[in-house]
Design a protein around this ligand. Structure first.
Ligand code: PGA
Length: 253
């Protein structure tokens, strides 16, 4: 059995108004969430503060900018999040890399600033179908990890979580097989060991994302290097998110 606390994130993306979020947390209050897992809901940013008083789960931001304050129309900063007791944030999601053209450099800056501000960062990495077919996916993930993590001083391994999200599995209903996911998670752990050291690499959680749902979560969670999930579609209802989180009880012995 490994000693890593399972981590599950609900990535709501650009979904839900305040009433719908309230409904989610009303349902969530009736659920006995597993004590042995860390569970975080990444709401759209305008819902973070209204949800804070209603949520029995931790909240996180889907995005932030690396400067603390200034003339950056439309942005919020890691500092602003921390001031409001929001301690988790996603960085490098494939939608931000692809649609918002976030490059390696920007992502590296966000990781650094986020960690320095005291946030726990969920760094997302993943390849497109084309990259997998061209067999460059291992090299690509290596580059995504080393560019984002090379300059960081990781005193708190629990504050960085890697989310492996194959782009071809996100929102498509196609999940990576447990074998495909485990193979990449092992590769990621090896990269972490090269970037830091083996002790730290064994402590960092590596979670899977991409059409994870109640039906496929248990077989993914059985794998020794899959430490949780980042869940989009199946996290919009409290009950289905809970059913995914329950897979943390899967025995890895
Ligand atoms: P999905 O999204 O579960 O809807 O595939 C996962 C994500 O993008 O984080």
């Amino acid at each position: 059995m490994n000693h890593r606390t399972p981590f599950f994130g609900a990535n709501w993306k650009m979904h839900k108004n305040q009433r719908q979020a309230q409904e989610f947390f009303k349902n969530s209050q009736t659920i006995k969430w597993p004590q042995n897992a860390e569970v975080v809901v990444f709401t759209p940013s305008h819902l973070l503060l209204p949800c804070a008083s209603q949520s029995n789960l931790s909240l996180g931001a889907q995005n932030f900018f690396f400067e603390e304050q200034g003339a950056y129309t439309g942005e919020i900063s890691a500092w602003m999040l921390a001031q409001e007791n929001i301690h988790y944030a996603l960085v490098g999601h494939s939608e931000r890399r692809q649609i918002f053209k976030e490059d390696f450099n920007l992502i590296a800056q966000k990781v650094k600033v986020g960690l320095n501000t005291g946030l726990s960062i969920i760094l997302c990495v993943g390849e497109t179908l084309k990259e997998r077919e061209e067999n460059i996916h291992f090299d690509l993930i290596k580059e995504q990890l080393s560019s984002a993590l090379k300059d960081i001083d990781l005193s708190q391994p629990k504050n960085i979580i890697i989310a492996y999200e194959p782009v071809w599995a996100i929102g498509t209903g196609k999940t990576a097989s447990p074998e495909q996911a485990e193979e990449m998670h092992l590769w990621i752990r090896k990269q972490l060991s090269d970037l830091f050291d083996n002790t730290l690499a064994q402590q960092i959680r590596i979670i899977y994302g991409g059409s994870m749902k109640p039906e496929n979560a248990p077989s993914l969670m059985e794998r020794p290097n899959i430490d949780g999930g980042l869940i989009g579609g199946a996290s919009l209802e409290a009950q289905s998110f809970y059913q995914v989180v329950l897979a943390c009880e899967k025995n890895k012995d």
